[in-house]
Design a protein around this ligand. Structure first.
Ligand code: ATP
Length: 593
C-alpha cells in the first residue's frame, strides 16, 4: 500500500470535525489495508513507531528536520528558515518546496512499508555517526516523497501530526471495520486494549482472527495494563455505605503510581501511570524488587513515595519529582531522595493472572508473594465494618504522612478493572474531611496575555476536562491565580511543544484565548465550587441547556501532573458527579457563575 494513500486519509481527517465522519474514514482505511500493514498504520497514525510503552523515540529535532528538508529540496538552510518563519509549519514548507521542484524522471512512489522501515532505522541509529545517519535517511525518504507526503512525514517526525486521533476513536473504527460496530464489539476491543496497551497488535489480531480471538487476551509480563481508578466520596460513612458496610481501608500514599513487571529471570520493568518506562529513574527499585518478589513472574502495583531512611517518615511528594526525567546524577539522587514502594495490588502471580480474582484474594496472594524490605513494602491495610475504626485509621493515615485513605471493596465482584474508574475503589482525602473541594486536573488548551505586572507574558490559562464519549476537551475554567513568578516564567517553555495556530479540533470552549494549545500539559487546580456557565463547555447542557460546568475561583496548586496524559485529566463525568454531590450538600451552591 502506498504512503500516498495513507496521507490522503490524513488530509481528509484534518478537515473533518464530526466524530462519525472521522470514524468512517478510519474504518475504510482499516478495511482496505493489508493485514500485515495494520500495526504500522495504527502506530503511524498515532504519531508513534511502536506502542507507547516501548518508548521508541525517533531522535530527530527541528534543526535536523530543517536540514533534511533543505537538502532534499536542493535549497539552502536559510531559505527553509525564511519560509518557516512565514508558514510557521515546517511540514507546509516541505510541501511547498516539493511542489515547486521540477523533476526529470517521475518519482518511484513510497510504500508505507518503506516509510515505516526508514523511520525505524532512524530511531535505531546510535553512536557517533547517528546524526548523519538520521539525516541521510530522512533526506532519502523526503527525496522520494510527493508534496503532501512530505508535509505529513515532517509533521510525524516533529511529533505534530495534527490529525488528533485518540485511542477511543481508533477503537471505535476497529469495531466497525472488524465487527458489527456495536457497543459490545467496542467493549471487547477496549477490554483487550486495557490489558495489552497495543492497538497495532490488536488491529492485526482482529484482521487475522476476528473479535473472538481478543477475548483470550490477558496480562503479560512486559506489557503494561491500564490502571484501575477510584471514585470519590464526600464522607467516610458514604464510602462505607457504598461498600455495604465492610471494606478494606488502605493508606492513600501521595507519590507516583508504579506498575512493576518482574520477569522470571528477575529483570524488572517499571511503568508510570501513563505507561511510560521509568526504570531509569528508579534503579533502587530495579535492584530491590527481584529479592522482594518471591513468586515470579509477577505484575504488581504500588505507589512510590519519597521517604526519610532514618525515621521512615514519608516525605513530601515534590521531592520525588526531582527524579523525573533525570538521566544523570541518579546515583546521587538515589541517596538524596530515597524512595519506598508501597505495594497495593498483584495482577499476575507466577504464571497465573489474578485480575479476575476478588480483591481479598489478590491481597492475600500479594502478601504471600512479597518479602517486605526497607524499600519495598505493603500498603498499610485495615478491614473494617463500622465507621469508628475507619475514622481512626484515616487520622492515623494523615498523621503518618499519607494524603488520605482508599476504601476498597471486598465483594466477590471486586476484580481488577483495568482502565476503569468506579466505586470498587473510593478515595477519601484530607481536603474532603476539611470541607474543601477536591483538586481537579485540567489540560491547558489556551493562554491569555498578562496585564499590569504580568504584561509581556501569559497571565492566565484556559483549562479543559476530558469527555471520553465525545473524545473532546471541554473548557471549565480560566486560571491565573496560584502561579508564582517562577512558575509563570516556566509556562511558555512547558507549553511550547503543544502550540497551535488555531483552535485544535478536539477543543470545545466559548472563550477565545490569545494562544491555543493542543491538549498536552495537565495542571492541578482547586476552586471554591462548581457552577454553570455559558462560556464553558464541560458536559455542556447536562444540567441546563446552553451551560457547561465551570470552576469558581480556580487556583493552581503548584503541581504539574506530569504523570498524567491529557486523557487522564478530570473527566466531564467526574465533574457532573462532583456537582451533584455539591448540590446535595448545599442547594444554594448551584447558581450560575
Ligand atoms: P489523585 O489525583 O486523587 O491522586 P488520580 O486521578 O491520580 O487521583 P485515582 O484513581 O483517582 O487517581 O486515585 C487513586 C490514586 O491514588 C492511584 O492512581 C494511586 O496513584 C494512588 N494511591 C496511593 N495509595 C493507593 C492505594 N493504597 N491503593 C490504590 N491507589 C493508591
Amino acid at each position: 500500500m502506498l504512503y500516498r494513500n495513507l496521507v490522503a486519509v490524513y488530509e481528509q481527517l484534518e478537515g473533518t470535525r464530526q466524530h462519525s465522519d472521522v470514524r468512517q474514514l478510519l474504518t475504510e482505511l482499516f478495511r482496505s489495508a493489508p493485514t500485515n500493514l495494520l500495526p504500522s498504520i495504527l502506530y503511524l497514525s498515532q504519531g508513534l513507531l511502536r506502542p507507547e510503552f516501548e518508548g521508541v523515540e525517533l531522535g530527530v529535532g527541528g534543526a535536523l528536520a530543517r536540514k533534511a528538508v533543505a537538502q532534499s529540496a536542493g535549497v539552502d538552510d536559510h531559505q527553509v528558515h525564511r519560509e518557516v518563519s512565514v508558514s510557521g509549519d515546517l511540514g507546509i514548507t516541505a510541501e511547498r518546496l516539493r511542489s515547486g521542484q521540477r523533476r526529470l524522471e517521475p518519482l518511484e512512489p513510497l510504500e508505507i512499508e518503506e516509510v515505516y522501515a526508514g523511520l525505524m532505522a532512524i530511531a535505531a541509529a546510535r553512536g557517533s555517526g547517528a546524526q548523519e545517519e538520521r539525516l541521510r535517511r530522512l533526506t532519502g525518504l523526503l527525496a522520494r516523497a510527493g508534496p503532501v507526503e512530505a508535509r505529513y512525514l515532517i509533521r510525524f517526525v516533529l511529533g505534530s501530526l495534527r490529525i488528533g486521533i485518540r485511542e477511543m476513536t481508533l477503537i471505535d473504527a476497529l469495531a466497525h471495520a472488524f465487527g458489527d460496530g456495536s457497543k459490545a464489539a467496542r467493549a471487547r476491543i477496549e477490554r483487550a486494549f486495557n490489558l495489552c496497551s497495543d492497538l497495532g497488535w490488536i488491529a492485526e489480531e482482529l484482521s487475522r482472527h476476528g473479535l473472538d480471538a481478543l477475548d483470550a487476551v490477558t496480562i503479560q509480563v512486559g506489557r503494561p495494563i491500564r490502571p484501575m481508578l477510584a471514585e470519590r466520596a464526600r464522607s467516610l460513612s458514604e464510602a462505607l455505605h457504598r461498600m455495604h458496610g465492610t471494606a478494606a481501608l488502605e493508606f492513600k500514599y501521595d507519590g507516583l503510581r508504579v506498575q512493576a513487571h518482574v520477569a522470571r529471570d528477575g529483570s524488572v520493568r517499571l511503568f508510570s501511570r501513563r505507561l511510560e518506562r521509568i526504570e531509569a529513574q528508579f534503579p533502587d527499585l530495579v535492584d530491590a524488587l527481584p529479592a522482594a518478589v518471591r513468586h515470579r513472574p509477577a505484575v504488581l502495583e504500588g505507589e512510590c513515595v519519597p521517604i526519610d531512611p532514618d525515621t521512615d517518615e514519608i516525605r513530601p511528594f515534590q521531592e520525588i519529582s526531582r527524579r523525573r526525567g533525570r538521566i544523570y546524577d541518579l546515583d546521587r539522587l538515589r541517596s538524596e531522595v530515597p524512595v519506598c514502594f508501597f505495594l497495593f495490588d498483584l495482577l499476575l502471580d507466577g504464571t497465573e493472572p489474578t485480575l479476575d480474582r476478588p480483591f481479598p484474594e489478590r491481597r492475600e496472594r500479594l502478601e504471600a508473594a512479597v518479602t517486605p524490605g526497607p524499600s519495598v513494602r505493603l500498603a498499610r491495610q485495615l478491614r473494617v465494618d463500622s465507621a469508628e475504626p475507619a475514622r481512626d485509621f484515616f487520622d492515623l493515615a494523615l498523621a503518618e504522612g499519607a494524603e488520605g485513605i482508599m476504601v476498597k471493596s471486598l465483594a466477590p465482584e471486586s476484580t481488577y478493572r483495568a482502565g476503569a474508574r468506579g466505586f470498587w475503589w473510593i478515595k477519601y482525602k484530607k481536603e474532603y474531611a476539611e470541607g474543601l473541594s477536591d483538586s481537579l486536573d485540567g489540560v491547558v488548551v489556551g493562554a491569555f496575555h498578562g496585564r499590569g505586572r504580568r504584561a509581556g507574558r501569559f497571565g492566565a490559562f484556559l483549562l479543559a476536562c476530558y469527555n471520553p464519549e465525545r473524545d473532546a476537551f471541554e473548557s471549565f475554567c480560566k486560571v491565573g491565580t496560584g502561579f508564582d513568578d517562577a512558575a509563570l516564567a516556566e509556562m511558555p517553555r512547558r507549553l511550547e511543544p503543544w502550540a497551535s495556530d488555531a483552535r485544535p479540533a478536539k477543543v470545545d470552549t466559548g472563550l477565545e484565548p490569545d494562544r491555543w494549545f493542543r491538549p498536552g500539559l495537565v495542571l492541578e487546580v482547586r476552586g471554591a465550587e462548581l457552577t454553570l456557565s455559558p462560556v464553558h463547555r464541560a458536559d455542556f447542557g447536562a444540567i441546563r441547556p446552553g451551560s457547561g460546568f465551570a470552576l469558581r475561583f480556580p487556583r493552581f496548586t503548584g503541581r504539574i501532573r506530569e504523570e498524567k496524559a491529557p486523557t487522564d485529566a478530570t473527566s466531564s463525568g467526574e465533574l457532573r458527579r462532583m456537582y451533584r454531590q455539591q448540590v446535595r450538600q448545599s442547594p444554594a451552591a448551584s447558581g450560575p457563575a
